[in-house]
Design a protein. Structure first.
Length: 191
């Protein structure tokens, strides 16, 4: 039941601050570099550019440097940065926008499985209207590691199924059609 969530790549696309602000709906130019986002981020140890530096690079128009970085793929989207921002900038959403732009531009991520996870996760939500762990795990394991990857996760997955931690079939979701419509509207806006 997976949906192929493909994006038309455009390697020549020039990514700008205005493009990031329009797509994310966030005014990145209001960041005054207080560094609260970076100081609270649990993932900065693995980032090559900290969150406040990402915001600064966007302000300077160096968005290409940001979408080429590991940071956007390492970000856990925990929203700690968003919560701590005194200017109410949804930095986690900006990071998600940067991931989308990176995929659209065709940038090869150094974190090889992160874009795969991103694609499978969004495809799962688009198809079902919500997250279904079993189909997500199966698709991600197959796309990231092939049959060998799936077999490597099967023992763990079967234990979770037996303990009732994952449902075999996705539950019905009354707003699933609305979620699919949101995806369709967003996809048509970004063409």
């Amino acid at each position: 039941m997976a949906v192929n969530f493909k994006v038309k790549e455009d390697p020549q696309m020039q990514v700008t601050r205005q493009m990031v602000e329009k797509m994310s709906g966030e005014k990145t130019s209001t960041c005054f570099q207080c560094e609260k986002c970076s100081n609270g981020c649990p993932m900065t140890f693995a980032m090559d550019i900290s969150p406040h530096q990402v915001m600064h690079l966007i302000q300077l128009g160096s968005v290409d440097k940001v979408i080429d970085s590991d940071t956007i793929w390492v970000c856990a989207s925990c929203e700690t940065c968003t919560t701590r921002c005194p200017n109410n900038i949804d930095i986690a959403h900006v990071m998600d926008t940067l991931r989308q732009l990176s995929v659209k531009k065709g940038v090869k991520a150094s974190q090889k499985v992160a874009p795969v996870f991103h694609q499978v996760f969004l495809g799962n939500v688009k198809a079902l209207g919500r997250m279904h762990e079993l189909s997500m795990a199966v698709l991600f394991s197959l796309k990231a590691g092939g049959i060998k990857g799936l077999l490597g996760q099967s023992t763990f997955g079967l234990k979770m199924l037996r303990k009732g931690k994952m449902k075999l079939l996705p539950e019905r979701f009354s707003s699933g059609k609305q979620v699919r419509n949101i995806f369709c509207e967003t996809e048509s806006e970004n063409r």
